[in-house]
Design a protein around this ligand. Sequence first.
Ligand code: SF4
Length: 83
Amino acid sequence: MRRGERQPVKIKLDRTVCDGFGLCAVHAPETFSLDEWGYVSLVGGGSVAPEHERGVRRALLDCPVHAIVELRPAEDAPRELAR
Ligand code: SF4
């Protein structure tokens, strides 16, 4: 990644919290896939293409149980073990 270039948005889904409202899949169907009971899984492993970022941000805001969170770059990077 070049200097000044924006890092892609990464998200995490906690399926143990998801209540199957399905709002996320309405806002960003290319990122959230619903199963037959209305529970979601992430398409693409949590990396969000720039063209889908707007819908994903809407999904984050509208998820009633906050099951979706945005990962900050430091949280996404491998952690160094404490000495
Ligand atoms: S909006 Fe939230 S609760 Fe609803 S399906 Fe998506 S992650 Fe689950």
